[in-house]
Design a protein. Structure first.
Length: 410
């Protein structure tokens, strides 16, 4: 029987280690090298920088960003080291091993953390696709989220070599038909499990790359019923907050507000403003082909900033009745458009991946819910749904309320 996961040393047993140690070492190397290079540049060119500044070339002051960046990188390296010393290697013990696509993914992590009923963690299982493209001397690596779902978990006390600790157990169903783990290449799929403490003072955040292959294996020890019920209740509460579903006459109404994607919109607005500022700043300097860079940076920055600002005020209101589907768009409370669609022309609901946002080791994939019509058109029913599991649950809930069919193809 073929066991492709055994071809990789890190998957030769159910004990899977995170990349926290490697990440810490890489951060120290990068921080030290960057600090050394920026210090040499600053010291050797200080006289020239001061002379240029006195002549009114104030843009040279941007050089001061280098030592500030060095301080930031060194601090990040120290924080990663402190967290590593606090928790250690934190291996994830898989069970079943490997994880089963069409079955379950499960296992546990033991933490050097005194058990408490108040401890709270969040876990996500993510399928990613990584593509590497070579263009001349430049290599570009892009990664996209194919599928993502939050994972139910349960905390319990455990014994460790260092004394008492906390065991975090996780089990979740994985739908069949998703891509298996693949060998690293120019175009391959990989599975990640992320786990973090919701209490930021604990500073626990780990990510493991898991072997996931088609199968029907189940975890031998399911989560307690109370833990599963708490997870379901948490998901339903999150959906209620996300959609604000109400009944008005014979219609079901949903309201999706900018709160759903606020972090991503703020990031886009700030990032776009920085690019736009760089473009405007470069316009003040003379040089051949400089206006090309001014145009690229300025235009790109302006577009990103405008998308971010639009996202900060975007709102969608959906009404579904036995006869029609109503879609209303708003921006900062101001009506932009509204349209009614015949319910008889609707085929089924489906989910689509929207934008994603990466913060440190955590990637949040947002999904959209759409209604497919007989003419092939897709009508928006919702946006900013974090995770496929939540999008799927919303579609199932909406299907039960309205009778619209949900197609769960991935």
């Amino acid at each position: 029987m073929s066991k492709p996961w055994l071809s990789r040393k890190e998957w030769s047993s159910p004990t899977i280690y995170s990349g926290a140690k490697l990440g810490m070492i890489v951060m120290w190397v990068f921080a030290v090298l960057f600090s050394g290079v920026s210090s040499l540049v600053l010291i050797s060119g200080l006289d020239q920088i001061m002379a240029d500044f006195e002549r009114g070339e104030y843009l040279v002051a941007l050089v001061l960003l280098f030592p500030l960046a060095s301080i930031f990188l060194l601090r990040q390296a120290w924080v990663m080291t402190r967290d590593w010393l606090r928790y250690g290697r934190t291996p994830f013990q898989m069970e079943p091993y490997p994880g089963a696509i069409g079955g379950q993914m499960g296992g546990h992590v033991d933490l050097k953390l005194k058990f408490s009923e108040d401890l709270r963690f969040e876990a996500n299982l993510t399928l990613c696709r990584r593509v590497t493209r070579n263009s001349g001397k430049e290599t570009k690596v892009s990664e996209s989220v194919v599928w993502q779902r939050s994972v139910p978990l349960h905390c319990e006390p455990c014994l460790m070599e260092s004394g008492s600790g906390t065991r975090v157990r996780l089990v979740t169903d994985v739908p069949e038909g998703l891509a298996e783990s693949e060998e690293p290449d120019s175009n391959f799929h990989l599975w990640r499990l992320s786990l973090k403490a919701t209490d930021k003072s604990l500073r626990f955040n780990r990510v493991w790359e898991l072997p996931m292959f088609a199968g029907a294996a189940q975890a031998s020890k399911p989560l307690p019923n109370l833990a599963q019920a708490a997870y379901e209740e948490q998901q339903l509460d999150a959906l209620d907050e996300l959609t604000q579903i109400t009944q008005q006459g014979d219609s079901i109404w949903m309201r999706f507000t900018p709160t759903n994607t606020r972090k991503m919109s703020v990031f886009m607005t700030i990032f776009g403003a920085i690019f736009l500022s760089v473009g405007i700043g470069m316009a003040q300097v003379d040089g051949p082909m400089l206006w090309l860079f001014v145009f690229v940076f300025g235009t790109l920055g302006l577009l990103i900033m405008l998308f971010g600002i639009y996202g900060l005020g975007k709102e969608l209101r959906i009404g579904i009745s036995p006869a029609s589907v109503t879609v209303k768009r708003f921006w900062f409370g101001r009506s932009l458009s509204g349209r009614d669609y015949s319910r008889s022309q609707a085929l089924h609901m489906t989910t689509e991946a929207g934008g994603s946002m990466t913060m440190g080791t955590e990637t949040i994939q947002y999904y959209k819910l759409k209604l497919v019509m007989k003419d092939g058109k897709k009508i928006p029913l919702g946006f900013g749904i974090d995770g496929y599991g939540k999008a799927e649950k919303l579609a199932q809930q909406l299907s039960a309320l309205t009778g619209l069919e949900f197609s769960s193809k991935h």
